[in-house]
Design a protein around this ligand. Structure first.
Ligand code: AOF
Ligand code: ZN
Length: 340
């Protein structure tokens, strides 16, 4: 086993807390390069800093391929500098042999004296053991820099491992007076078009982060939605699976969600209709809600679900597109894995 125990830090080795945060923000930017592509793994970015200069960077591209830390380590030209560097990583380095060897061992082997971790990894095979192993080997480890941003980036991964069900996003578009469609009894008339070009793109980006898209039976019969990714690259050319939920199944949502978890589904996107969305809201089964409000009224039609009032532990964001479409997002703050 390699050890960093004899290490003495040179003077001015430690950056300020503000610099630690900046380097972690860079890790997050790098990590986001893996958006939608790393399933079932999280998005992770890593930066290596020597004497106030970034000398290496990397991120996790795809499950089965190297993690962020080996990518960052490999990118450093003068490997002898690693012994005097700080490695920043947005998620705890792993301690297990998965599809790749443990990152904590590689960090010890390279004798990197200090590691700054964004947040601990809730994945059962890691769950604090990566940090413990680094510390046992004498590495100086700081945990929790830009922690909230790191948790938010991987909120889907955190929900899956802490709640043992998929991360649930509810999404709908409505008019200013809160209707999601005209009143229609059959599919002879097409559904009301609410999105503009930008919000349609954002919807497809969200689909690209989802493994399963669900709609209610009535929406399926009235709208015949395609529920595929057309305005954003499909991750590794793969389309999400589709589920049509009958009214009867809405009484058994927790059981259904657990069965999805057991099948390895990490992300569920519910796109309608109103009744199905409302049953998820009423049963408090949601992690994120995205509502688009188009800038016109309908006066009558099919009413939209009721957005829950933001409460403690929720993050609420509002933005307006150039065409005046309001995007409201409510995110349940992910719990952190706290056993470190
Ligand atoms: C890290 N750095 O960049 C990532 C980590 O099957 P494997 O070997 O790819 O391991 C997957 C697990 O490793 C994943 O569930 C998560 O706990 C962790 N991901 N860890 O040190 C990384 N992507
Ligand atoms: Zn790893």
């Amino acid at each position: 086993m390699f050890s960093n125990k004899q290490r003495k830090f040179p003077e001015n080795f430690f950056p300020s807390e503000a610099d630690d945060r900046l380097y972690m923000q860079r890790c997050l930017r790098l990590a986001a390069g893996g958006e939608g592509l790393t399933y079932p793994n999280p998005m992770v970015g890593s930066v290596i800093v020597h004497a106030g200069r970034i000398i290496g960077e990397g991120w996790h591209h795809r499950a089965g391929q190297p993690h962020a830390e080996p990518n960052a380590i490999r990118s450093v030209k003068d490997q002898s500098l690693l012994k005097e560097s700080t490695l920043y990583v947005s998620l705890e380095p792993c301690a297990h042999h998965g599809k790749t060897p443990p990152c904590a061992d590689l960090i010890l082997e390279k004798q990197i004296p200090r590691v700054v971790v964004g947040c601990a990894d809730p994945f059962p095979a890691v769950s604090g053991q990566g940090i413990a192993r680094l510390r046992e080997g004498g590495t100086e480890v700081t945990v929790g820099v830009e922690e909230e941003a790191c948790l938010l980036l991987n909120r889907r991964f955190f929900t899956v491992h802490l709640a043992q069900r998929p991360h649930i996003t509810l999404k709908w578009a409505q008019t200013l007076d809160a209707f999601i469609d005209r009143s229609r009894d059959d599919d002879s008339e097409p559904p009301l078009l609410l999105s503009d070009a930008l919000t349609a793109t954002l919807c497809h980006r969200l689909r690209a982060c989802s493994q399963l898209i669900a709609v209610g039976r009535r929406t399926q019969e009235l709208d015949h939605p395609q529920l595929n990714i057309r305005h954003w690259p499909a991750p590794h050319g793969q389309q999400p699976a589709k589920a049509v939920i009958s009214h009867r199944l809405t009484d058994q949502l927790p059981e259904w969600l657990h069965s999805l978890y057991e099948k390895g589904i990490q992300t569920l996107l519910v796109e309608g209709g109103s009744r199905l969305l409302q049953s998820f809201i009423d049963q408090d089964l949601w992690d994120e809600i995205q509502v688009e409000t188009a800038p016109f009224k309908l006066k009558s039609g099919h009413p939209a679900p009721l957005l829950p009032t933001p409460a403690d532990g929720h993050l609420s964001q509002k933005t307006v597109t150039a065409d005046g479409h309001l995007m409201t997002t409510l995110i349940r703050r992910p719990e952190k894995f706290a056993r470190v």
